[in-house]
Design a protein around this ligand. Structure first.
Ligand SMILES: *[C@@H]1O[C@H](CO)[C@@H](O)[C@H](O)[C@H]1NC(C)=O
Ligand SMILES: *[C@@H]1O[C@H](CO)[C@@H](O)[C@H](O)[C@H]1NC(C)=O
Ligand SMILES: *[C@@H]1O[C@H](CO)[C@@H](O)[C@H](O)[C@H]1NC(C)=O
Ligand SMILES: *[C@@H]1O[C@H](CO)[C@@H](O)[C@H](O)[C@H]1NC(C)=O
Ligand SMILES: *[C@@H]1O[C@H](CO)[C@@H](O)[C@H](O)[C@H]1NC(C)=O
Ligand SMILES: *[C@@H]1O[C@H](CO)[C@@H](O)[C@H](O)[C@H]1NC(C)=O
Length: 616
């Protein structure tokens, strides 16, 4: 077979671009430490931990606390401050109705920090480069939709997600301008406009980003005719040409920059074997083996190996995607998708299976020093020939003491995971007791194997049965009796995350999904971030739990502090009120960007009305 890594000769010969190819043909760079081309390759898992006696996690926690303090120091107490912060960050005037929005937020006792709304601008900015009429037409033209007219929100659809979003909109309907909202009713995100096209919209959008003279500003929204009767009726919008391609990687990667590894690296088509689990592509978002830039870790454009490590890329449950830019709202998306995010329906509905409202208050000290995870083998459509590439399958196997021990003792190679690299210096691993150590604290199992064959016993599956046994589902309230709550993506984002944050246990989060609240949470302050390969999992657990057998020191206080900070913060900025405030602001922006007069629309009530005084 091939050697495990490129020979010195090859490394000498192959320039940067080709190295990527070498990665796939030769088994990957296992210890290449030079900087090559557009990406950094160095020792897997970073350099060996040397941070002046401090554990790398301690360094990251301290940095997070500082970052958090800096972020909330920018809070706005008056509408004038909020408008000034807006202009500074967004380069435009706030939308019409901003003063009423601010009053509403204040009434709800919300903490107003401009950065908390970053996702809105990330999602809407490209639309400033699209003709407003086209946005309007596309919105009322879409079958699954909510419309707002004369302060009333309605929908023709009774799909349960639509009903939940409608209910939310109805709580603020009297404050909203007329508009139509197209909704994504699927789990999977559907819009992936090629990066090059978005780049063009962004360039056009940037040209519109200016502070118009206050005396020219239009501060009223336009009334709209009933859906389908607008002047935009004659507007011709491009066809959506919905794609059904099952291999979503092929669709998703076009949202990455042309020079990114996701676009450059060879496409993997065969998922039958143990996937290659190496950390080289994680280095950009890690520091000494742990996630140091969580936002970047959720972006896959620099991580082409994830195409064989995540169900969404291998085979989602369903695909119906388009390259055509149009305004569609959804509950979560990948970094490259172009949906406009609303808070996800399960967060608004507060179901026990996602929230576990009971049991959220168990005192930390009464909880067990254990890890709990229960879930269905989702992630996409797993089959006999691809299940090894599914993230939940990987994570469950990595928490199975028996499987780890078999791997450690070379009795059976792992089917879908890799033992942690030596760089972590895990004590249990050094004495050959990794499996024993993990088995002692981890209670991680599937409740249903979601088999690709229909003719199986309930929950079971002939090709994954040898690797997994089922355990009974556990209500969230009971799960909260454990201190540690890993959170792993399913078919899309994990709907229990908010419930985890609100609990007094500690969420440990790996994800590729973006949500409305991302800019409100600080990794290592409110939750523990984890790489999507999970190679850092054991290191994280050794830091917090220690190891009684070897004497590795636990950091229970540090875990408790993050758990409590996350809970307190969720109660402050992730309340239903906060979702309402977010959506209210989002929809003012959306209504403005859909209006042909958008460049002149705004709220300037805090400014002198003549251009002579330009102290804004
Ligand atoms: C994290 O990565 C993003 C995207 O590359 C970058 O814009 C940001 O500055 C990084 N943050 C930090 C703290 O390095
Ligand atoms: C196993 O876990 C228990 C309680 O969580 C702890 O007291 C014990 O020391 C652990 N044993 C090992 C070998 O880690
Ligand atoms: C599992 O069952 C299916 C259909 O019942 C069969 O085609 C397949 O060969 C079986 N696979 C294994 C590994 O037993
Ligand atoms: C752990 O792994 C063993 C062997 O691979 C398997 O038999 C067992 O069912 C697994 N346990 C769980 C909870 O999945
Ligand atoms: C801790 O574990 C023990 C033994 O499994 C169990 O009886 C107890 O209820 C657990 N504690 C909590 C708070 O869940
Ligand atoms: C400026 O505002 C004042 C007071 O609201 C008003 O009387 C005046 O007409 C405005 N001037 C312009 C140019 O809009």
């Amino acid at each position: 077979m091939f050697p495990r890594r490129p020979s010195a000769f090859l490394r000498f010969l192959i320039p940067a671009g080709l190295l990527i190819l070498a990665f796939y043909t030769l088994g990957g760079p296992s210890d290449i430490s030079e900087r090559v081309g557009p990406f950094t390759v160095s020792t897997p898992w970073g350099t060996k931990i040397t941070t002046g006696g401090q554990h790398p996690i301690e360094v990251l926690i301290k940095r997070a606390e500082q970052e958090f303090e800096e972020r909330i120091a920018d809070k706005s107490e008056t509408v004038g401050e909020a408008a000034a912060a807006y202009r500074k960050r967004r380069g435009r005037h706030p939308p019409p109705g901003f003063d009423k929005w601010f009053a509403f937020a204040q009434e709800k006792d919300a903490l107003i920090v401009e950065d908390f709304f970053d996702q809105i601008y990330h999602d809407l900015e490209p639309f400033w480069g699209l003709p407003a009429k086209r946005i309007r037409k596309d919105a009322w033209d879409f079958e699954m939709r909510i419309q707002v007219r004369d302060g009333k929100a309605t929908s023709g659809s009774d799909w349960f997600w639509t009903k939940i979003w409608l209910k939310l909109l109805q709580t603020i309907e009297d404050k909203l301008p007329d508009m139509d909202l197209a909704l994504n009713a699927m789990d999977e995100p559907r819009l992936v406009v090629p990066w090059e096209e978005i780049d063009g919209y962004m360039t056009k959008a940037a040209e519109t980003r200016k502070l118009a003279d206050p005396s020219d500003i239009i501060s009223e929204f336009q009334k709209l005719p009933p859906p389908g009767e607008g002047s935009e009726k004659s507007e011709v919008t491009p066809a959506k040409d919905w794609e059904k391609e099952k291999h979503y990687w092929l669709i998703a990667r076009r949202g990455c920059p042309p020079d990114s590894l996701a676009r450059q690296a060879p496409v993997i088509n065969n998922f039958e074997n143990t996937p290659l689990i190496k950390s080289s592509f994680a280095l950009e978002h890690m520091q000494n083996g742990y996630v140091s830039n969580f936002t970047l870790s959720t972006d896959f454009c620099h991580q082409p190996d994830l195409q064989a490590l995540e169900g969404i890329f291998v085979e989602p449950l369903s695909t119906s995607a388009t390259k055509t830019m149009f305004p569609m709202f959804g509950g979560s998306k990948l970094a490259v998708n172009n949906e406009i995010l609303l808070p996800a329906p399960m967060y608004l509905n507060e179901e026990e299976r996602f929230m576990g409202s009971k049991g959220q208050n168990i005192p930390w000290e009464e909880k067990n020093d254990t890890v709990i995870w229960r879930g269905v083998a989702t992630g996409g459509r797993n089959h006999e020939w691809n299940w090894r590439s599914f993230q939940r399958h990987r994570f469950v196997a990595m928490n199975n003491g028996t499987s780890i021990t078999l791997a450690e003792t070379h009795k059976q190679e792992p089917a879908n995971f890799a033992l942690p690299p030596a760089q972590y210096g895990l004590q249990a691993q050094q004495i050959g007791h990794l499996g024993k150590w993990v088995g002692n604290f981890s209670n991680v199992a599937f409740v249903d194997l979601m088999c690709g064959y229909p003719d199986q016993l309930p929950g079971r599956c002939n090709y994954t049965d040898p690797y997994y046994s089922l355990r009974k589902a556990m209500p969230m309230s009971e799960q909260f009796g454990n201190k540690y709550l890993p959170d792993i993506d399913g078919n899309s984002f994990s709907g229990r995350y908010l419930g985890f944050l609100r609990s007094t246990s500690l969420p440990i989060k790996a994800t590729l999904w973006r949500e409305w609240h991302d800019s409100r949470l600080v990794a290592w302050k409110h939750f523990v971030p984890m790489d999507s390969r999970f190679g850092d999992w054991y290191g994280i657990m050794e830091y917090f739990l220690g190891n009684p057998e070897t004497g590795a020191k636990p950091h229970d206080e540090a875990a408790k502090r993050i758990a409590m900070a996350g809970r307190e913060w969720a109660e402050k900025v992730l309340r239903k009120d906060d979702m309402q405030i977010y959506v209210y602001r989002l929809l003012l922006e959306y209504a403005r960007v859909s209006d042909p007069k958008r460049e002149k629309m705004g709220w300037v009530g805090d400014l002198p009305n003549s251009s002579e005084s330009s102290n804004w």
